[in-house]
Ligand binder design. Structure first.
Ligand SMILES: [Zn+2]
Length: 328
């Protein structure tokens, strides 16, 4: 895997590459970013670069070391990926044991620890002692979704690398270059991926059902705005069943109303749901205001309220009534 194949994160890539070129390496890196952001991919590419015999901005991918990394068979690349809910002290003890061994083939060893925040306090404290005086031939890369879940004493001993969301344009370009999708579909998926490339890839491979959810929700939305109050009571069961998906549902509705606003303001080229433009037109005629900002802000609040455990049913009923009012 080469850096050029990893989408986005240009600043991070550049700083890792120049670290190698100038031989200014940290003994511990901490990659922080949401799930599916490509942290592991980049960590492996970095490890490959560290082992590669012909590194020049990119790992060569042809030398013995590169091939062993690509096939995940490099004896000096250690990956810790526990399936349990925590990383226990015994696991860390074993890891530390490996850290103090000499490398088998290369001049250094690389350790990648996935979900480092899962370390128990005992495990983290044991690990901390190693971080205080790590062997010089070792580079550790910790991966986490949330830096605040790690002991501050661990964080302070690492070089923190924060992953940023990738722009919609970049994701759209990547999808068009690597999959058979047209401009409109790529843009739709990119917009629903929240700047997370793997999420976009999962949507394209149908591993993420957001697009089928979208059809369902827009259908429900259509019913809500075209019916009278009774529909709200008819939908009670539906929303009760959808409790776990409510975030995604509200997000889909917000993006839909955003599109309606854009359509009313002649900004057709900015639409996300371009493929459903006829229905968007229909809804935009029913929407009397020029801007959907109020209702979008309201929906955002509803989404926040629900997280703070307010009465779910009541909040949803109010939300549906509010939507109806806006489209009367
Ligand atoms: Zn190589």
């Amino acid at each position: 895997m080469q850096y050029s194949q990893v989408v986005g994160q240009n600043e991070i890539k550049q700083s890792l590459i120049s670290g190698i070129e100038q031989n200014k390496l940290s003994h511990c890196y901490l990659f922080e970013g949401p799930k599916d952001m490509g942290k592991f991919k980049l960590a492996v590419t970095f490890a490959q670069s560290l082992f590669c015999n012909n590194f020049n901005q990119e790992p060569c991918e042809n030398c013995n070391d590169c091939i062993k990394v690509s096939t995940m068979n490099h004896p000096d690349l250690h990956i810790l990926d526990v399936e349990e809910k925590t990383i226990k002290r015994e696991v860390v003890d074993e890891l530390i044991n490996d850290i103090y061994k000499k490398p088998y083939e290369s001049s250094r060893k690389v350790f990648i620890i996935k979900n480092a925040h899962l370390m128990t306090v005992q495990a983290a404290n044991t690990f901390l002692k190693t971080l205080e005086e790590p062997p010089k031939d070792t580079i550790i890369i910790l991966l986490t979704t949330n830096i605040n879940l790690l002991l501050p004493t661990i964080v302070s001993r690492c070089q923190v690398v924060k992953f940023k969301n990738i722009s919609t344009k970049e994701i759209q370009k990547y999808l068009m270059n690597n999959y058979e999708v047209d401009d409109a579909k790529a843009s739709l998926i990119a917009n629903y991926s929240n700047g997370i490339l793997n999420k976009a890839v999962n949507i394209i491979n149908d591993k993420d059902e957001i697009l089928s959810k979208r059809s369902e929700i827009i259908n429900v939305f259509d019913k809500i705005i075209k019916s009278d109050e009774e529909i709200i009571f008819n939908l009670e069961n539906y929303f009760e069943e959808q409790k776990d998906n409510i975030d995604a549902i509200i997000e889909i509705m917000m993006l839909w109303i955003r599109d309606i606003t854009y359509l009313k303001n002649n900004l057709k080229n900015l639409l996300i749901n371009k493929d459903l433009i006829d229905l968007l037109y229909e809804h935009s005629f029913l929407f009397k205001k020029n801007s959907g900002d109020d209702i979008i802000n309201y929906l955002q609040k509803v989404s926040d309220y629900i997280k703070s455990n307010v009465n779910y049913k009541l909040t949803i009923d109010k939300m549906l009534l509010k939507i109806q009012e806006e489209f009367k």
